[in-house]
Design a protein around this ligand. Structure first.
Ligand SMILES: [Zn+2]
Length: 117
């Protein structure tokens, strides 16, 4: 999904606010003036990416039970589990529904099977 014009306008508004809050560019510890700006922009971009993943990375709980991919028995919903994945820009945290299979005596995550399709 490409970002919409509306999203682009809000990003521009947020950039204006952050640039104003930022104040003068301090290039004393950067390779150049441009490097100083880009380094700060990358930090902000990474923070935005982390926040978007945190907000959109919550997989809704499904049914009370799900089929175990190992043995085919019904597993019981245990709650949402936090998991850290390695995204394009580093570690990100997501939440996903966890089930427990009484036959295999271990947890499984139906979302993992969906993602592989
Ligand atoms: Zn099982």
């Amino acid at each position: 999904m490409a970002i919409t014009e509306s999203m682009r306008e809000r990003v521009a508004a947020m950039a204006r606010e952050l640039a104003a809050e930022w104040g003068e560019v301090d290039e004393s510890e950067a390779l150049s003036w441009l490097d100083a700006i880009e380094s700060r922009a990358i930090e902000i971009s990474d923070a935005l990416q982390t926040e978007l993943v945190r907000q959109k990375g919550v997989r809704p709980a499904g049914a009370d039970e799900a089929i175990c991919p190992e043995c085919g028995r019904q597993g019981r919903y245990q709650g949402q589990r936090q998991r850290e994945l390695v995204g394009r820009r580093g570690p990100v945290a997501i939440a996903e529904p966890e089930y427990f299979c009484p036959g295999c005596r271990k947890a499984f995550f139906p979302v993992d099977q969906v993602d592989r399709c």
